[in-house]
Design a protein around this ligand. Structure first.
Ligand code: GAL
Length: 692
C-alpha cells in the first residue's frame, strides 16, 4: 500500500548464576572467525541419520544434493544414540555421517542434543527433570523435559558436548554448532528456587531495598526472609514478575554459555555457534537479545502453521531476528509445505514455499533449512511436512525446493556480503513488552500488532526497516520509532534524548515512559523522564471500549489525553468528538529539538492516518522512499560490496507487473530488464546499479 497524501489537512486538526558443581571448562579466546555462514546462500534441511539404517544415508545425501542442498543439520535430538548408557559414548556414527556428507559437498551444522536427555538419565537422576510452576516434575517421553537450572544436568550437558567437540571440533566438513533446540520452558525446582533467591540477594543486597522498589507494603507483601519471595509464574507483584523474567533470561544465558564455552574452547574458531529460536520469533519468555549476545549470529524457525504467509508480520519477524545481532541470520527451520501442529495444518500454495525462502533472503537470511528431510516412521511428528517421504522418495514439494536450489545457485555470489540497510529503526524492548503484558488494561492491546501498525507504511516506502534493541546504538538512523516503550529508565531517557539532541527524529507510541526499571510507576506523568524534552505529557490514559474520532480518522483500543507544556511543542493530531473526556484534546504532539525532534503519539490510529503520519515523519527526517511497487508486491533491497540487489515477491493471488526505476540485471532469468511480470508467488531478483 502506498501512502496517501492527505496528511497535511488532517494534521491541522489535528545477574550472575551461583557457581555450578564441577570444574569450569577452560575458556578459549575466541578469535574472529571468518563468517562462513554469510559467505554464500545456504540451503538444506534437518536430517536424522540416527533414525535410519546407515546403508540408506548415501541415498539421502544424493537426493539432497539433487535439489541443490549445501548444508544439513544433524544431531540435535540424538543423545540416546551418542550416549546409550551412562558414560558410554559413541560419536563414531556421527563422524561417519559428517564425512559422508562431505563426499556430496554438503556441509554440516551439529546440534547439541540437550533438548532430549536419554531415558537412563531421567530414571537415575530425576533431579535433572524440569519442574513446572505448579510443582510437577515432567516425565520422559516428550522433549524439553530437562531443567535448565539443574547443576547435574548442566554437568551432563558439558560432558556430552565435550565428547562431541572432541570428535567433530576439527572436522573440516563441520561449519558450525547449534546449541540445544528452541529454548522454551524454565524450571521451578529446588535448584532454580535457590538460584532465584541468590539472584535477588545479589541484585538488591538487602530485603529493605527489595521491599522498597517492589512497594511490598501493598497487600502486606513485605518480606522478612529471602526464601519467602514467591517463585512461580503466577500473577504477582509486577516488580517481582519483571525480575523473574530477567532471572529466567539469566538462567538461559548461563545454560547456553555452559555449552558454548566448551565448544569455543575445543572447536576450530571458524566453526560458528548459534541456536535456533522458535516461538514464531516474537515469543518473550526471556530476552532474546541477551541470548544472542554470546552467539556468532542469530537463527530462528520460520513456520506459518495454519493458513498462509502474512507478509508484513513474517517480514517484520525476520527484521526482529536480524536486529538481535544486527547482522544477517539463518532460518534454521522452515516448513516444507505444511506442519503437523496447527489446528489445520494445510499446505502452502504452490510457489509459496519458494516465496517464503526469498522473503527470508530479502530480509537478511543467508541460510534456509527445511524441517524436516524425511518423516520418522514413528514419533510425535510423523504427520509433519518433509522433503522426502518415509519410503525415501521425493515428495511433491521436492521440486519446488529444487527450484529454490537453482535460484540460490544463480544468485548466491551476488548476494554474498550484502544485507538490508535502513535509515529507519523500530525499537523493541523486552522489559517494556513484559510490563505491558503483565498489566494489559485492554485485552486486545497486542504489542506486535501495534509495532506492525508503524512498520507497514515504513516498509512500503523503504523496502527495509530495522527492528532493534531500544538500548542499542541509534546514531545511524534518521528516524526511530518506539511503539510501546513502557519502561523508560533514566539511562534509557538519556540515550534517547542524546539521539534527539544529535539531530535524530524520535517517535514514541502510546504507553511510553509509564514505568521505571523496577516496573514502578514514574512520579512524572508519561513519558516520565522524557516529558521535559517533549514539552508535554500524558494527562491520562484510556482503554477504549469504542472507537473515537481522531485527526479525521479513528482510534481504537487506546487513547491518551495529551497536553502541551511548552510553546515550542506543537499539536499534530487532535481527538474529534470522542468519549467526553478527550474531545478536542491533543492526541499527538511534536517538539523540534535543534535539527532533531521528539513526537508522542498517544492513540492507536487507523492505517490511513498512520501512513500519513509516517509519511510526514520520513519527509521531515529526510528519508527518501524507494521506488513504488503495486499492492501485494513486496520490495526488499540488500546492499554491500558495492552491489545493490532488489528482490520482489508477489504475495497476492493475481499477476502483477512492476516497472523499475532503472534498467536492472535479472539474476534469475538473465538479461537486463526495465519491468517485471510477477505471477502469484512470483519472485524477481535484480541487480540494481548503485545510485539509480
Ligand atoms: C520446531 C522444532 C522441530 C520440529 C518443528 C516442527 O519448533 O524445533 O524440532 O518439532 O518445530 O514444526
Amino acid at each position: 500500500m502506498k501512502r496517501t497524501l492527505l496528511f497535511a489537512p488532517l494534521l491541522a486538526l489535528a545477574a550472575p548464576m551461583p557457581a555450578l558443581a564441577g570444574a569450569a571448562p577452560p575458556v578459549a579466546t575466541h578469535e574472529a572467525a571468518p563468517d562462513v555462514q554469510f559467505s554464500r546462500l545456504w540451503l538444506g534441511s534437518a536430517w536424522y541419520p540416527e533414525q535410519w539404517p546407515e546403508e540408506r544415508w548415501a541415498d539421502d545425501l544424493r537426493l539432497m544434493k539433487g535439489h541443490g542442498a549445501n548444508v544439513v543439520r544433524i544431531g540435535e535430538f540424538a543423545w540416546s544414540r551418542m550416549e546409550p548408557r551412562e558414560g558410554e559414548y559413541d560419536m563414531s556414527w556421527l563422524v561417519r555421517a559428517v564425512r559422508l556428507a562431505a563426499k556430496y559437498d554438503i556441509k554440516v551444522v551439529i546440534g547439541t542434543p540437550t533438548d532430549t536427555p536419554p531415558a537412563w538419565m531421567s530414571q537415575k537422576y530425576p533431579d535433572i527433570l524440569r519442574v513446572t510452576s505448579d510443582g510437577d516434575r515432567v516425565g520422559h517421553g516428550g522433549r524439553r523435559q530437562f531443567s535448565i537450572s539443574s547443576p547435574r544436568y548442566r554437568q551432563f550437558c558439558r560432558d556430552i558436548v565435550s565428547r562431541m567437540v572432541k570428535a567433530l571440533g576439527h572436522e573440516p566438513n563441520v561449519i558450525g554448532w547449534q546449541i540445544g533446540n528452541e529454548y522454551t520452558e524454565e524450571s521451578y525446582g529446588p535448584a532454580a528456587r535457590q538460584a532465584w533467591h541468590d539472584w535477588l540477594k545479589a541484585k538488591y543486597g538487602t530485603l529493605d531495598r527489595l521491599n522498597e522498589v517492589w512497594t511490598t507494603a501493598y497487600w502486606s507483601q513485605t518480606y522478612t526472609a529471602w526464601d519467602q519471595v514467591p517463585f512461580n509464574d503466577d500473577k504477582n507483584n509486577p516488580g517481582l514478575m519483571l525480575d523473574l523474567k530477567r532471572f529466567i533470561t539469566g538462567q538461559w544465558v548461563d545454560f547456553q554459555k555452559n555449552q558454548l564455552d566448551v565448544i569455543r574452547a575445543g572447536a576450530d574458531s571458524d566453526q560458528f555457534i548459534t541456536t535456533n529460536l522458535g516461538g514464531l520469533g516474537w515469543a518473550n519468555r526471556f530476552d532474546r537479545y541477551a541470548i544472542n549476545r554470546d552467539l556468532d549470529f542469530a537463527s530462528w524457525d520460520d513456520y506459518v502453521g495454519q493458513g498462509h504467509l502474512k507478509p508484513y508480520r513474517n517480514g517484520a519477524t525476520h527484521d526482529l531476528v536480524r536486529g538481535w545481532k544486527r547482522k544477517n541470520f539463518w532460518v534454521m527451520e522452515t516448513q516444507p509445505g505444511f506442519v503437523n501442529w496447527a489446528p489445520v495444518s494445510n499446505i502452502l500454495h504452490p510457489g509459496e514455499t519458494r516465496a517464503m525462502a526469498w522473503q527470508a533472503v530479502g530480509h537478511g537470511a543467508d541460510g534456509v533449512l527445511y524441517w524436516q528431510w524425511r518423516n520418522a516412521l514413528n514419533g510425535q511428528e510423523t504427520m509433519h511436512g518433509s522433503v522426502i517421504g518415509p519410503g525415501g522418495e521425493p515428495l511433491p514439494i521436492y521440486d519446488e525446493i529444487k527450484r529454490i536450489g537453482e535460484d540460490f545457485a544463480k544468485t548466491s555470489d551476488a548476494l554474498a556480503g550484502t544485507g538490508p540497510v535502513s535509515p529507519v529503526a523500530i525499537l523493541q524492548d523486552y522489559d517494556s513488552r513484559w510490563a505491558i503484558d503483565f498489566q494489559k488494561h485492554h485485552k486486545d492491546y497486542d504489542q506486535i500488532e501495534v509495532l506492525l501498525d508503524y512498520y507497514r507504511p515504513l516498509k512500503d516506502e523503504l523496502g527495509a526497516v530495522d527492528i532493534v534493541e531500544a538500548a542499542g546504538p541509534l546514531d545511524k538512523y534518521k528516524l526511530v520509532v518506539a511503539p510501546d516503550l513502557n519502561i523508560i529508565t533514566d539511562a534509557m531517557a538519556k540515550h534517547l534524548a542524546g539521539y534527539v539532541r544529535g539531530g535524530g527524529h524520535l517517535i514514541l507510541g502510546p504507553r511510553s515512559g509509564l514505568k521505571d526499571a523496577f516496573n514502578r510507576l514514574h512520579l512524572q506523568r508519561q513519558p516520565g523522564p522524557l516529558a521535559d524534552l517533549l514539552g508535554g505529557r500524558v494527562e491520562q490514559f484510556y482503554a477504549l471500549d469504542e472507537p473515537v474520532a481522531v485527526g479525521g480518522g479513528e482510534a481504537k483500543i487506546w487513547a491518551e489525553d495529551l497536553s502541551v507544556k511548552t510553546p515550542g511543542a506543537k499539536v499534530l493530531l487532535r481527538y474529534g468528538k470522542a468519549n467526553g473526556w478527550i474531545d478536542g484534546h491533543p492526541a499527538a504532539i511534536e517538539r523540534k529539538v535543534g535539527k532533531g525532534s521528539i513526537t508522542y503519539v498517544g492513540a492507536l490510529i487507523d492505517d490511513t492516518l498512520m501512513a500519513s503520519l509516517m509519511g510526514k515523519a520520513m519527509d521531515e527526517a529526510g528519508v527518501r522512499p524507494d521506488f513504488a511497487v503495486p499492492d501485494d508486491v513486496e520490495l526488499m533491497t540488500r546492499r554491500g560490496e558495492g552491489r545493490r540487489i532488489v528482490i520482489l515477491i508477489n504475495h497476492g493471488r493475481d499477476a502483477r507487473s512492476v516497472s523499475l526505476p532503472a534498467s536492472m540485471r535479472d539474476l534469475l532469468n538473465g538479461g537486463d530488464v526495465s519491468a517485471v511480470q510477477l505471477e502469484p508467488e512470483g519472485v524477481a531478483v535484480l541487480e540494481r546499479p548503485e545510485g539509480k
